[in-house]
Design a binder for this molecule. Structure first.
Ligand SMILES: [Zn+2]
Length: 443
C-alpha cells in the first residue's frame, strides 16, 4: 500500500524563504563556466558532466551516467565574401550541422527577406528558389519569436541554396545555433553573420543584384555519444518530480546564461530538497542533459528509450534554462493549463512572483517531456524583455559577468518552491497536473 501524502502535515515552507542562500551556488556556477562553452563533442561537455556527477554524489541518492547517441558534427572552415559593390570579407559562422558548400565555395545572389517570417517567405514565393536568403535572428524569448530552425526550414522548402541569419544587435559579433539538420537529411549551407555584415548585404541587395561567395565545411563525427548525469532520490511513492537542465552550450562565450545558471540552480535545489524527501513525499530526479543545443537530441533520446512504465512515473518536469540575466522569471508551461495555478501557488509559497506563458515553446528539453504527456515547464529569465542581459545568449557576451547573483538566488528559491509543491502534492492532485492538456487528451 502506498503512503498517503497529506501536504498540510508536512508543510515546512519557512525554509523556502532562505532557500536561495545556498553557500555553494556561485562556486558551482563559476566552476561550470570554467569548463568553457561546453559545446557537445568538444570534450568540455563530458568533463563538465563528470564534474556534475561528483557534485550529485555529494547530495546522496542514486547517481548514474547515461550515454545516448546523437548526430555529432564538427565545424571546419567558414568564410563569406561580398562580390559586388566594395568586395570584402564578412564575418560568418556555420550553424551546427550545416550542409557544406563545394570546396571552392557557393556563389549566389542574396535575397533579403527581412525578419524571415512565414509571410516574408510567402511574399517572395518562387523568388526564393536558387538564392542565398538573408534573414534576422530574433530575441528568442518572446510571444512572437520565430525560431531560427523554422526560418531555415522554410528556406530549404522553398528551394534556397544558402541561408544567412544576422545578429540584430550591432557590435555583438556572430551567434551560434543549430540548423537542426539530421544526419543524411538534405539541407543547405547555413551560417550566422554579424549585424554589420547583415547591413552590408542588405544595402548591396537593395541596390541591385548582389552576389556572395559562401564557404562552409563540416565533418560528421560517427558514433558520437552525449553524456547525461542522472540523480534519483526515491520518496514514499513511485512518482518523480524531475528537475532538468542542459549542460552543453556554444563556444563563443562560456554559456553562462545558457545554461550554467540552470545547472547551478538545479544542483543547489537538489541539495536543499534531498534531506526533505521522505516516505511522506514523492521522489526527486535531477537530469543534466547534453546535445540540447543539437535540436534537443540528448533529452529526446533519454525519454524515447525509457521503459514506458518508468516514464509514467515522471509526473512533472521543471526544466531550468537561462534562469538568470534578468530579475523577471517566467514559466513556459507547454500547454498544460493546470500548471498556471500550480506555478502561482508555488510563487506564493516562496513569497515571489513567477509569470506563466501557456503556448508550447519547443526551445529546451521540457518540450520532450511535454510531448510524452508529462506536465512540463521551462523556467526562464527575461521573457519578452529583449533589452535584458539575457540578450547575450548564443553570443560571445554569454559570460559570468552578465549575471547578477541575486537573480540566480531568486531562481533557486522559485525552483525549490515549485519542486517542493510537486513533491508534497497528494497523488491525485499531482496526476491532475496533466488535465486539460492537448498532449494528454489527444493520446
Ligand atoms: Zn538553453
Amino acid at each position: 500500500m502506498r503512503p498517503r501524502i497529506r501536504r498540510e502535515e508536512i508543510r515546512m515552507d519557512a525554509w523556502l524563504s532562505t532557500a536561495g542562500a545556498d553557500v555553494a551556488l556561485m562556486d558551482d556556477f563559476n566552476a561550470i563556466c570554467a569548463f568553457g562553452g561546453r559545446l557537445s563533442g568538444s570534450g568540455q561537455d563530458t568533463a563538465a558532466i563528470a564534474w556534475a556527477l561528483e557534485r550529485m554524489r555529494a547530495t546522496g541518492g542514486t547517481v548514474r551516467k547515461v550515454q545516448v547517441p546523437y548526430d555529432g558534427w564538427r565545424a571546419g572552415r567558414a568564410a563569406l565574401h561580398l562580390l559586388c559593390g566594395e568586395p570584402r570579407a564578412l564575418a560568418c559562422r556555420a550553424l551546427l550541422r550545416s550542409a557544406s558548400t563545394p570546396a571552392d565555395g557557393l556563389v549566389g545572389e542574396v535575397l533579403d527577406l527581412g525578419q524571415g517570417r512565414v509571410e516574408d517567405f510567402e511574399r517572395a514565393g518562387d523568388a526564393v528558389r536558387g538564392k542565398i536568403v538573408l534573414v534576422r535572428h530574433e530575441y528568442p524569448f518572446s510571444p512572437t519569436h520565430l525560431h531560427r530552425r523554422r526560418k531555415y526550414d522554410q528556406a530549404v522548402a522553398r528551394g534556397a541554396i544558402g541561408f544567412l541569419i544576422a545578429n540584430p544587435l550591432p557590435g555583438r559579433g556572430v551567434l551560434s545555433g543549430s540548423s537542426g539538420r539530421p544526419r543524411g537529411a538534405a539541407g543547405i549551407p547555413a551560417a550566422y553573420i554579424d549585424f554589420e555584415a547583415g547591413q552590408a548585404l542588405a544595402a548591396a541587395a537593395a541596390s541591385g543584384r548582389c552576389e556572395v561567395r559562401l564557404l562552409l565545411t563540416g565533418e560528421e563525427l560517427e558514433n558520437s555519444l552525449a553524456d547525461l548525469a542522472i540523480l534519483d532520490i526515491p520518496g514514499g511513492t513511485d512518482s518523480r518530480i524531475v528537475i532538468s537542465a542542459h549542460m552543453d552550450g556554444h563556444d563563443l562565450g562560456t554559456s553562462a546564461l545558457d545554461n550554467a545558471t540552470g545547472v547551478a540552480v538545479a544542483l543547489a535545489a537538489a541539495r536543499a530538497l534531498a534531506p526533505r524527501i521522505s516516505a511522506r513525499t514523492h521522489g526527486l530526479r535531477v537530469c543534466f542533459f547534453t546535445a540540447e543545443e543539437w535540436a534537443l537530441a540528448g533529452s529526446a533520446r533519454y525519454l524515447d528509450d525509457m521503459d514506458p512504465a518508468e516514464r509514467a512515473t515522471l509526473k512533472l518536469n521543471i526544466n531550468l534554462d537561462t534562469v538568470a540575466g534578468d530579475s523577471v522569471l517566467t514559466a513556459l508551461i507547454s500547454e498544460y493549463p493546470a500548471l498556471a495555478p500550480f506555478v502561482s501557488a508555488a510563487a506564493v509559497d516562496a513569497e515571489m512572483s513567477v509569470g506563466t506563458y501557456l503556448p508550447f515553446m519547443s526551445n529546451s528539453d521540457h518540450a520532450n517531456f511535454a510531448r510524452h504527456g508529462i506536465p512540463a515547464l521551462r523556467l526562464t529569465a527575461g521573457f519578452d524583455r529583449p533589452d535584458s542581459n539575457v540578450n547575450n545568449i548564443l553570443a560571445a557576451g554569454d559570460v559570468p559577468g552578465v549575471i547578477d547573483a541575486a537573480d540566480l538566488r531568486n531562481a533557486l528559491r522559485a525552483t525549490c518552491a515549485m519542486a517542493w509543491r510537486g513533491l508534497t502534492l497528494p497523488q491525485g492532485e499531482l496526476d491532475a497536473l496533466a488535465a486539460g492538456s492537448r498532449w494528454t487528451t489527444s493520446a
